[in-house]
Write a protein that binds this ligand. Sequence first.
Ligand SMILES: [Zn+2]
Length: 55
Amino acid sequence: MNGKPMRCPICGQPVAAAAPEYPFCSRRCRTQDLANWAIEAYRVPVTSDDDADGA
Ligand SMILES: [Zn+2]
């Protein structure tokens, strides 16, 4: 276990590992992330495969 709180990738707030919407702080941010993802998917796929999701 690491004690560091994850930060919401959308708004940057600390998110507890036990948060129901982890790693997002809220459902709203989760939805926003999905929206961003969808927008990116519609754009021309750029091959920048940097390891952004720390899984
Ligand atoms: Zn958030």
